[in-house]
Ligand binder design. Structure first.
Ligand SMILES: Nc1ncnc2c1ncn2[C@@H]1O[C@H](COP(=O)(O)OP(=O)(O)OP(=O)(O)O)[C@@H](O)[C@H]1O
Length: 381
């Protein structure tokens, strides 16, 4: 029967295209566009030339997409991914056309409540979860904890890990600045989508202004904020979650231990003894709460100048913290890295790019990036 063959082609192609779209991931929610109900129809029609002649092996494929938030900043990314999935169909030439609409209120409510229901189980608390959680702590401020968190997160992401970071330093938040984030998280019917910058999914109180900040920050106490970041934000299942904790030795670690029992504490210190004493105290919270201290990072350890390694802030702080925590906790708390004093950390960091990255987002070919890569590999290994 004439046309029968085309009908079969069309049906098969439609099924295969749907299957291919099931691998297209919504960059905010981290789920496939088919799982999220975003693909509402796929029309496949044989292509014809302008003279009306059938073009053999070529089909027009129209994908009808419903977005969760119309005009959301990632619309183009989603469209590009769908385009790519259709156009790379093997063996045939498929010409993608994308019709973009928005989910109606009922569908969106349904989607958000199913995501919320799933998330109520605390994605980071289930046995066997794949996410490694590192809480970056320091006893006192100014030792570079936020710079280490930002550059470490950027390194993990550049190495190919799906990476998220929470700026848990409520009063002294600095991650939005260090990542050059000026946008607000998308609010999807009460569920917040983290902002992605330099490949890292980020959330910080600093991303919210005025009334929004007050809404997010419902709880009266500092430690409530972490629970809210975990419960109000859609995280998916990243490979790595970093927490930039507020400086100090107390409350925050307790709420981390409660909300994220798998979290591993990383203590940042500088080489001088005055900093290392208080850094030891920030690690000793692990005596009171069930939290593993993964190790110590000594920041601003040395400055390489004209072939000479200068120890501007003295030396031994990192080793001292490592030794004392190992003694007190009864297990090995290694010195994981000694990071250089590198003016780029501040200069490039202040421009909104973690200094370990080149402007194209790849890892820079610098001693600093090598140090962070070694640290990231050691943490995850
Ligand atoms: N390795 C480094 N080399 C050069 N400058 C650094 C380095 N690490 C951090 N800095 C700079 O030191 C200053 C303090 O760093 P940062 O804000 O990361 O510290 P912090 O411990 O998070 O402080 P706070 O908790 O007070 O925010 C910043 O200006 C930062 O750019």
């Amino acid at each position: 029967m004439p046309g029968q063959e085309n009908m079969t082609d069309v049906t098969v192609i439609r099924g295969n295209v749907y299957e291919r779209l099931s691998h297209v991931i919504d960059p905010e929610i981290g789920r496939s566009v088919t799982d999220l109900g975003m693909i509402v129809a796929i029309d496949v029609a044989p292509s014809h030339s302008t003279e009306g002649v059938r073009a053999p092996g070529r089909f027009d494929v129209t994908v009808h997409v419903e977005l969760t938030v119309p005009g959301c900043p990632l619309t183009q990314t989603i469209q590009d991914r769908i385009d790519e999935a259709v156009a790379s169909y093997p063996g045939l030439e498929l010409v993608p056309h994308i019709e973009v609409g928005a989910m109606d209120a009922d569908k969106l409510t349904g989607l958000v409540s199913s995501l919320k229901a799933e998330r109520r189980e605390n994605p980071f608390n289930k046995p066997g979860i794949k996410t490694r959680i590192f809480a970056i702590a320091s006893g006192k401020g100014g030792v570079g904890k936020s710079s280490v968190s930002a550059n470490l997160a950027a390194t993990f992401s550049a190495l190919g890990y799906d990476t998220a970071a929470i700026d848990a330093d409520i009063y002294g938040f600095s991650l939005p600045g260090l990542f050059g984030v000026h946008s607000q998280p998308t609010n999807l019917n009460g569920m917040l989508m983290p902002v992605t910058a330099w490949g890292v999914k980020l959330i910080s109180i600093g991303m919210f202004a005025g009334a929004d900040r007050a809404i997010l920050w419902r709880g009266p106490r500092l430690q409530r904020s972490l629970e809210q970041f975990l419960s109000d934000v859609w995280w998916g299942q990243p490979d790595v979650l970093l927490l930039d904790l507020a400086p100090g030795t107390g409350d925050m670690a307790i709420s981390v231990a409660q909300a994220l029992p798998n979290a591993e504490l990383v203590v940042v210190t500088t080489p001088q003894p005055s900093a290392s004493d208080v850094a030891v105290r920030s690690g000793l919270v692990a005596l009171q709460v069930p939290l593993k201290v993964r190790g110590v990072v000594e920041n601003m350890s040395y400055f390489d100048h004209a072939g000479e390694r200068l120890r501007i802030f003295g030396e031994g702080g990192g080793t001292r913290v490592s030794d004392r925590l190992t003694d007190a906790l009864g297990y090995d708390v290694p010195l994981l890295a000694s990071l250089p004093l590198e003016p780029d950390i501040r200069e490039v960091g202040e421009s909104g790019r973690p200094a370990v990255l080149d402007s194209d987002g790849s890892l820079a070919d610098t001693p600093l990036a090598s140090s962070f890569t070694a640290l990231a590999r050691r943490l995850i290994g």
